[in-house]
Design a protein around this ligand. Structure first.
Ligand code: NAP
Length: 256
């Protein structure tokens, strides 16, 4: 599995398991299956109401914590100082771990000054409860403001990115400032996979349209976190690292 180096020097696996909408036993099963197949990166959030299930899955599999990369997120109703600390504590307790590898501001909230949120992030980072700090759904303006305020480096911006929805200005800013982009909803929830260009490229490469979409993102340097609950999809999504899209095919997908 390929990884990308964050500003902090932490290695972040370029494929993670998205877990939005997975809860209870369905979540435990999917996470266990993924870990057993070799996934090491799990994406969750306080808002997903599944961190307890993920904690149970990690425990049942007996996963080596040091080999895992766990991302969680604080919801935007809790961006004041105490709220960030409280949600982080709750996440750690539910996940049954003493730290998360990456803690993101899930969505901005203009009612709370950003410097208050980042002060809490700094405290969590100083306490070792959060290894890396990042943001999600941040525009270029908000990224610039965050970078000027935060005492801890902003390592990641998690945004919606797939062939049918490309935020090129944000990607460019992030590339220029060494902020890694994690592409969420990388398969467009399955809806983009009927796109003729993806189907044609997939057939030619003996891959699936989903793999072409993920490969296109990875080849642009983004981390991908497809959600999958079947063994077939989980396996398919892992096979995006040892083959390439030609420049011509990359440009075809760029134009979608
Ligand atoms: P997605 O990953 O684009 O799509 C998930 C859907 O695609 C599921 O129905 C899944 O089916 C199916 N699928 C998985 N692999 C496939 C494959 N190889 N071929 C065909 N279909 C496949 O959508 P998402 O869940 O919205 O996004 C992924 C993750 O991003 C979330 O789970 C969450 O962790 C994160 N996210 C973050 C934010 C944010 O605000 N930061 C917002 C939304 C999502 P099965 O389940 O049946 O396998």
């Amino acid at each position: 599995m390929e990884s990308v180096k964050l500003k902090s020097n932490s290695e972040m696996p370029m494929l993670g398991l998205g877990t939005w909408d997975l809860r209870g036993q369905a979540c435990v099963q999917a996470v266990k299956m993924a870990l057993n197949l070799g996934y090491t990166h799990i994406d969750t959030a306080w808002m997903y109401e599944n961190q307890g299930a993920i904690g149970d899955a990690l425990k049942e599999v007996g996963a080596d914590r040091e080999r895992l990369f766990i991302t969680s997120k604080v919801w935007n109703t809790h961006l004041h100082f105490d709220g960030v600390l409280e949600q982080c504590e709750e996440s750690l307790r539910d996940l049954q771990t003493s730290y998360v590898d990456l803690f993101l501001i899930h969505w901005p909230n203009e009612a709370v000054p950003l410097d208050e949120t980042f002060r809490a992030m700094k405290q969590l980072s100083d306490e070792g409860k959060v290894q890396n700090v990042g943001v999600s759904n941040f525009s270029v303006n908000l990224l610039e403001e965050s970078q000027s305020i935060s005492e801890v480096p902003i390592t990641v911006n998690q945004i919606k990115y797939h062939p049918g929805e490309q935020k090129r200005d944000v990607l460019q800013w992030c590339n220029e400032h060494r902020v890694v982009v994690t592409a969420y909803t990388p398969l467009g929830r399955g809806e983009i996979l009927v796109e003729p260009a993806l189907v044609e490229i997939a057939e030619r490469q003996s891959k699936t349209p989903g793999q072409v979409a993920l490969r296109w993102l990875v080849q642009k340097g983004m981390v991908v976190i497809p959600k999958a609950s079947s063994e077939g999809h989980l396996k398919e999504n892992m096979d995006v690292f040892d083959w390439f899209l030609s420049e011509v095919d990359m440009e075809r997908v760029d134009k979608l």
